[in-house]
Write a protein that binds this ligand. Sequence first.
Ligand code: S3P
Length: 448
Amino acid sequence: MSAAAPRPFAVAASGPLIGCVAVPGDKSISHRAVMLASLAVGESRVEGLLEGEDVLATAAALRAMGATIERGADGAWRIHGVGVGGLLQPEAALAMGNSGTSTRLLMGLVASHPITATFTGDASLSRRPMARVIEPLARMGADIIASPAGRLPLMVRGLLPAIPIRYTLPVASAQVKSAVLLAGLNTPGITTVVEPVATRDHSERMLRGFGAELTVEETGEGRVIGVRGEAELVPQHIIVPGDPSSAAFWTVAALVVPGSDLLLPNVLLNPTRDGIYRALRLMGGDIAIVNERETGGERVGDLRVRHSALTGIEVPPELAPSMIDEYPALFVAAAFAQGRTVARGAHELRVKESDRIAAMAAALGTAGVAVEEHEDGLTIDGTGGEPLPGGGRVATRLDHRIAMSMAIAGLHSRRPIAIDDAVPIATSYPTFLATMARLGASPTWLNA
Ligand code: S3P
């Protein structure tokens, strides 16, 4: 998984981006579809699954714990689950690659099964904090031995029966919430998570869809979510909508490259995920949502995005949970806006696949953008629609979203932007560069 040799590439200025881009399936929903289908009794069918390395790591881990997971010739996945409580002891360590979602959610599943699993990851994942999941899972009775500072590699020895807890999230994290709820699936009684700040709710929606008994209450403390354990999950037919995090790159590209007009069909518009579109509209972005509809319990729509004169804004910090993965793309939009954009209150960016505040400050600085780094965000002075100076070689730091954001920045730059590694892009969007080439821009490979 990202142990491959780095593949540097460069992106030069492009003509208008015109046409239609169908982005791959949503990453968060894809992980959860594979996990819950692996715990259902019988066969589920998943269409539109994201076939990125992160989701494939989840699938490989669940195969190693007994599920049957196969891709049909028609591109649909058939998943035969083992039933809640039926996960088997894996024979080898579970290789999580670059994927925090795989690691944290699967740790939750293992925590309430009578098995022991070791989790390993690449250099990026091995730097990320796991104490935030270790703490609640240990309260449920799991025995977890981690590397220093609560990092990978780590070993989880599950407890049967685990202990139901009521847990208030100390950080706004859908991964921590989901880890506890998934542990609760095989725990007697009701496991409760209180989230003071709402985060993406795909676990809740999908748990209900698979037949788990789940309650959600809005209270003065925040959202209180309870799941009844020893659940029996019923196989489902799932159609995964397009990933709004992937669509965000093309949205920013169309907004900043003069003359562009892109249609992005079938994008997930769940209100816990659409913050980037709200922020870009505040900047003056022409983003129309057409054919809005509901598919499989999720809101989806087609986005039509046209080149726009963007204006700098103070990014409302309350949007952070609903656009946490999209800040790198937003920073690129800000680099082309008229005036100053200030994004604060996004401290969690420091512990993503890279420290995204430092990584984007350095990357934009390399491309000639005026940027100031804060503890919890960036201030960016935009070009007012003029191309970036470009040039230099950007460090991606094993982070797919840094690579893709800076590739988009290159589409409207005086000199090409070189990026030190394309390999991480495959974790979430393997066809990204091919799509860029199809749109008429031509990413070129460089010597390492
Ligand atoms: C995710 C939750 C978010 C997000 C990640 C996917 C999920 O992480 O950044 O890419 O699928 O639950 P946090 O829970 O750390 O905020």
